[in-house]
Design a binder for this molecule. Sequence first.
Ligand code: AMP
Length: 190
Amino acid sequence: MSDTKHADPRLARISSSIRAIPDFPKKGIMFRDVTTLLLDHQAFKDSIDIFVERYQGWKIDVVAGIEARGFIFGPPIALGIGAKFVPMRKPKKLPGPVISQEYTLEYGTDRIEMHVGAVEKGERVLIIDDLIATGGTLGAAIKLVEQVGGEIVECACVIELSDLKGRDKLGDKPLYALVDYEGDTILYSM
Ligand code: AMP
């Protein structure tokens, strides 16, 4: 992350198009709502363009998007860089044989699933979600890809909440985020 001086000028518009909703879905949570980014054609296009500019030429085979908002950003990035798109879904949504990975939530556990054969051994994978908070979801996505021998090139999100130290759950896998809300301060990536 860098200060605003050196940041890509497109990031200010992206950041200001994301709505903050206090106490959703429960008290104490500041929900960062990307649906308002989708209403701003320029901001949505800029966010996809920044990812595509970054990952073009990285020889990525697979963009894996996490349900649900990874399904918004993942497919246009996959099309832009010439990779396939693989959905990582909540339990019992995928019709074919799946592999699954459990992860811990604040209360209880959850699971994400991927079709057997969607990612093949040795393929280079970029994992996409809208936001990283505690890192539990992305951490599970990494394990899912590793179960089948995929090579994780990077994880990417539109938003990082760095106060929650989600990066620590990703081991040695790099994370790229466009906007970081650290408390009330907005930091931009390069
Ligand atoms: P985590 O596993 O804690 O990193 O949470 C990340 C997942 O939960 C992402 O799929 C986000 O869409 C969602 N999420 C967590 N916290 C927030 C938040 N404050 N605003 C919007 N979405 C969130």
